[in-house]
Design a protein around this ligand. Structure first.
Ligand SMILES: *[C@@H]1O[C@H](CO)[C@@H](O)[C@H](O)[C@H]1NC(C)=O
Ligand SMILES: *[C@@H]1O[C@H](CO)[C@@H](O)[C@H](O)[C@H]1NC(C)=O
Ligand SMILES: *[C@@H]1O[C@H](CO)[C@@H](O)[C@H](O)[C@H]1NC(C)=O
Ligand SMILES: *[C@@H]1O[C@H](CO)[C@@H](O)[C@H](O)[C@H]1NC(C)=O
Ligand SMILES: *[C@@H]1O[C@H](CO)[C@@H](O)[C@H](O)[C@H]1NC(C)=O
Ligand SMILES: *[C@@H]1O[C@H](CO)[C@@H](O)[C@H](O)[C@H]1NC(C)=O
Ligand SMILES: *[C@@H]1O[C@H](CO)[C@@H](O)[C@H](O)[C@H]1NC(C)=O
Ligand SMILES: *[C@@H]1O[C@H](CO)[C@@H](O)[C@H](O)[C@H]1NC(C)=O
Ligand SMILES: *[C@@H]1O[C@H](CO)[C@@H](O)[C@H](O)[C@H]1NC(C)=O
Ligand SMILES: *[C@@H]1O[C@H](CO)[C@@H](O)[C@H](O)[C@H]1NC(C)=O
Ligand SMILES: *[C@@H]1O[C@H](CO)[C@@H](O)[C@H](O)[C@H]1NC(C)=O
Ligand SMILES: *[C@@H]1O[C@H](CO)[C@@H](O)[C@H](O)[C@H]1NC(C)=O
Length: 800
């Protein structure tokens, strides 16, 4: 079944690519432009190692950096080991990083206790010039002279250790029952088979931004031209070859007591040892059988070439004209695309929590980040994977009661505001994804978010629903006795819940649930209840000149107060703005930024803010004064909201203001956590010149950063093209003068998803100055309260 689907899919893509208008322009190897090291330092927290698309096994060198959330931080920190599971770009504590291997050429004095076992004592530097990362491969040279290369299949890592020539070598490789954040719980175990050298075992760990715990199993096998000398276990700093089985406690002091297994070889003639590590959430047997079937012969090259092939296929749909463009732009673009397929991770067949024939994905970390452009982007060029992710989200709701908002390592992650899975489901629904998705179940799942309050809304759903339905806003210091969570963020929750209601109304509309549609559309207007028309804002005691901002409101209807700049990027007063129970009424950002988060009713918002020109002034003020920070996801849409005020040229200018200035192709080049590829999708979709308003069938049109771009829909095999005239690779000509769609004049400054599935051609004539194109009322994207939206509603979403 799987094989059959893959063949069909590849054929569809190949057809599309060859059907592209000018195949010679688009005929190049994209992987040369993927640099997995982008974002691997300075808090980007990107996973830089070896993985297949959405793979569960992720091999990399782990470091002792402050920023080791993704394992390897390319910042001169020391290597603590080479482990098998990772997340990418996350904040919070370091995620996963389980069962690290660590190699020695020999132990001091040829004594087992002459090797150093504890992670904190054994860590070591590496040659920074030796670091090499490409899709499906990572390698470096340790200061001990050991060259370590790694590649991966879906559930299995393959490590190659090449030891320096040393006539007294007797290489030892240890396997540590640890993880990156030292969260191991009681009773981890390892058993080493003295005959085969196989190590199996498991340990329970904690998720990095959520509740509960997870149990992970491993199966490690080793292959070398040398004979096994001995094997055994270690505890703390001592090892023995007379003991093969260990069950170890967490212990009470400091980080978990070091413990694990080791295997030692005689001197290998070729100085090489291969280690194959399978992982499973089900059992060691399953870890072993995955490893045996995925990498039967320990063949490094063929495992690597399979990974390269999978990445090449995934990246096949998107091609650009490279004419005149600085290659760093191509690297920025393709590396961003690549990072959108590291996570979520496909754990189908690895879910111990319930039995189901549905796919199971994990590492949705977090949907608050990824609904904004990562999911909409994948829906364009990898819709079959998105369909499987959505089936998994719906199946998770079926078995655990609620759609996740964040999920990692089989655990519930913390909610940040709204119920953002609603936005993801609606986005895919409106764009016609079907592919086995039970949309009735999907609708019931999103509706539950709106109607039922979970007991623990820190982990799922929404809080404050009694007030929401009675008062029509989330009050500051709410009285909420039905469910429990952190009683903060009343403004950002009100805004995000309003948007969730809107997207639910759009699904209801598509499913012909007319009264639901009206109910949720009505609720989608509740954001207006926190609008305080006479609120001012001062920056360094100087009036910003703008009046009217969102403000907190008590249960009794009296206004509270939060400085509109509190928690902004330029708030240096030490405000607490995350999930702390002392935090403010906006999450990780200010009222100034959240005031633009009304993605469904920009018409009403613009009116409240004083009309289009006042709106544009406010948006400029937000960006020009660094009130927003492009390194956090709420900033994404603000770059392009000029479109709604009839100024599409300013959206293009703004995106060039941020790219490449804030998105460089260096390890420290990202402005913040990549957040599972959220930043990657932002940079790629911005450069593509089509940015989504997520949860709506709307892409805002800008000139691409390339002369032309072609995207083949894997669903239909058709190729959509954006072609420009007067393209200037120094980006002086970034204003659209006129456009045609399939040869007909096109004035709207947005386009819908049919563009991709039907393979249309958009031609943009560019020039240096802002023009009249896309500026009239009828050219603007739909808003719930505008005429355009009403007629779109009558038509309903087209399920293609
Ligand atoms: C197609 O490719 C050829 C050869 O590279 C080039 O000369 C021509 O300009 C291209 N045409 C378009 C429309 O990009
Ligand atoms: C190993 O090399 C060292 C230094 O080159 C030499 O002194 C020693 O005799 C060699 N030992 C063996 C076993 O060949
Ligand atoms: C760990 O193992 C000990 C000894 O077998 C047992 O008493 C204890 O209940 C176990 N702890 C857990 C958390 O399973
Ligand atoms: C070690 O592996 C061999 C070969 O699979 C097996 O026959 C043997 O029973 C294993 N030993 C232990 C102690 O499990
Ligand atoms: C593996 O690939 C490398 C580089 O492509 C090549 O030099 C080497 O000979 C290959 N090794 C094997 C065992 O095929
Ligand atoms: C290409 O971009 C890089 C990185 O921004 C820059 O250092 C380099 O000067 C650019 N090259 C040219 C020819 O503009
Ligand atoms: C899933 O099915 C297997 C085999 O029937 C069973 O052993 C296991 O307990 C089931 N798991 C759950 C969570 O129900
Ligand atoms: C909704 O109603 C329209 C018009 O009656 C019909 O064409 C469409 O198939 C219906 N959609 C669903 C999902 O029932
Ligand atoms: C919307 O809700 C308000 C208050 O809950 C109510 O008065 C109004 O009639 C509703 N409108 C619609 C169209 O349902
Ligand atoms: C409303 O509640 C707030 C917070 O408890 C209180 O400060 C305020 O005085 C109340 N207003 C009225 C009119 O009772
Ligand atoms: C905004 O921040 C940039 C650096 O990121 C700085 O160059 C610029 O001067 C700042 N602008 C203002 C108005 O503070
Ligand atoms: C920019 O656009 C103008 C037309 O407005 C055109 O004359 C010029 O050649 C373009 N610049 C480049 C570098 O193509």
């Amino acid at each position: 079944m799987m094989l059959f689907r893959r063949l069909l899919w590849t054929a569809a893509v190949a057809r599309g690519v060859f059907a592209a208008e000018n195949s010679s322009v688009y005929d190049y190897d994209v992987l040369q432009y993927v640099d997995p090291l982008i974002g691997s330092s300075n808090g980007g927290n990107v996973f830089a190692g070896a993985s297949v698309p959405y793979g569960m096994a992720k091999a990399v060198a782990d470091t002792d950096s402050e920023n080791n959330q993704g394992g390897f931080a390319f910042d001169g920190s020391k290597i603590t080991g080479f482990s098998n599971m990772h997340d990418s770009g996350t904040g919070g504590s370091p995620s996963l990083g389980n069962f690290a291997l660590f190699p020695y050429t020999k132990c001091n004095n040829d004594d087992l206790d002459g090797c150093v076992y504890p992670k904190k004592a054994r860590k070591i530097g590496y040659d920074s010039n030796s670091v090499k990362a490409t899709p499906g491969y990572f390698g470096l040279a340790m200061n001990s002279g050991v060259q370590v290369d790694m590649t991966a299949s879906h559930h299995t890592s393959l490590f190659r250790f090449r030891f320096p020539t040393d006539n007294a070598s007797s290489p030892l490789i240890l396997l540590d029952l640890t993880d990156l954040s030292d969260s191991r719980q009681d009773n981890a175990s390892v058993s080493v088979n003295a005959t085969t050298g196989r190590m199996i075992g498991n340990a329970r760990f904690l998720p990095s931004f959520g509740s509960g715990s997870y149990n992970l199993y491993f199966c490690a096998d080793f292959r070398s031209s040398a004979k096994v000398r001995d094997s055994g276990i270690f505890v703390d700093s001592r090892a023995s070859n007379e003991v093969q089985d260990l069950k170890i406690s967490r212990s009470i002091n400091g980080y978990p007591l070091p413990g694990g297994g080791f295997i030692r070889f005689h001197s290998p003639p070729d100085n090489t040892i291969l280690a194959r590590v399978g992982v499973s959430f089900i059992s060691s047997e399953q870890a072993c059988s995955s490893a045996e079937s995925e990498i039967p012969g320990f063949d490094f090259n063929s495992t690597h070439s399979t990974a390269v092939k999978l990445w090449t296929e995934k990246l096949a749909p998107i091609r650009v004209s490279r004419e005149g463009v600085n290659s760093s732009m191509l690297t920025n673009f393709y590396s961003g695309i690549y990072r959108t397929m590291i996570s979520p991770q496909d754990y189908t067949g690895e879910n111990p929590l319930w039995n189901s024939t549905e796919p199971y994905f994990d590492s949705f970390y977090c949907l608050w980040d990824s609904f904004r452009s990562q999911f909409p982007f994948l829906t364009i060029f990898d819709p079959s994977s998105v369909a499987r992710m959505i089936r998994s989200l719906i199946d998770t709701q079926r078995h655990l009661g609620w759609l996740p908002d964040c999920r990692m390592s089989l655990c519930k992650g913390f909610t940040q505001g709204g119920s953002n899975a609603d936005n993801i489901l609606a986005d895919a629904y409106l764009k016609g994804l079907s592919d086995g998705i039970d949309w009735d179940a999907g609708y019931r799942a999103v509706q539950k978010d709106s109607e039922e309050e979970p007991y623990d809304w820190s982990n799922e759903g929404r809080g404050g629903l009694v007030s929401w339905k009675k008062l029509n806003y989330i009050p500051v210091q709410d009285f909420d006795y039905q469910g429990f969570g952190t009683m903060t963020r009343s403004i950002s929750r009100t805004l995000e819940y309003s948007y969730n209601e809107f997207v639910i109304s759009q699904m209801a509309l598509g499913l012909n649930k007319t009264s639901d549609f009206e109910k949720y559309r009505n609720r989608s207007g509740y954001w207006q209840n926190l609008w305080k028309a006479d609120q001012t804002s001062f920056l360094n005691a100087v009036n910003t000149g703008f009046t009217g901002f969102f403000q907190p409101k008590y249960l009794n209807g009296t206004w509270g107060f939060q400085d509109p700049l509190m928690c902004s990027n330029i708030d240096n007063s030490g405000s607490i703005c995350s999930l702390q129970n002392t935090a403010g009424e906006t999450f990780e950002s200010s009222i100034w930024e959240y005031q633009f988060f009304v993605p469904h009713d920009m018409t009403t918002l613009i009116t409240l803010l004083g009309g289009p020109s006042q709106f544009v002034k406010r948006l400029d003020y937000l960006h020009d004064n660094n009130i927003t920070y492009i390194g956090n996801e709420p900033a994404f849409l603000t770059v392009f909201q000029y479109h709604y005020a009839g100024r599409p040229a300013k959206s293009a200018q703004r995106s060039h203001f941020y790219i490449p200035r804030f998105f460089q192709t260096t390890p420290d080049g990202l402005p913040g956590n990549d957040d599972s590829g959220a930043m990657g999708s932002f940079v790629a979709m911005s450069m593509m010149g089509l940015f989504p308003n997520p949860g709506q069938n709307v892409y805002l049109i800008m000139p691409p950063f390339f002369e032309s771009i072609s995207i083949t829909s894997p669903l239909t095999g058709r190729t959509a093209t954006v072609r420009t005239e007067n393209f200037d690779p120094t980006y002086q000509n970034i204003s659209i003068q006129s456009a045609t769609l399939n040869g007909e004049p096109y004035h709207k400054n947005w386009i819908d998803h049919d563009f991709f599935t039907e393979g249309k051609e958009l031609v943009l004539v560019l020039g240096p100055n802002e023009s009249q194109w896309g500026t009239n009322n009828e050219d603007l994207p739909p808003s719930v309260s505008s005429k355009a939206a009403r007629s779109a509603e009558l038509k309903g979403p087209g399920l293609s």
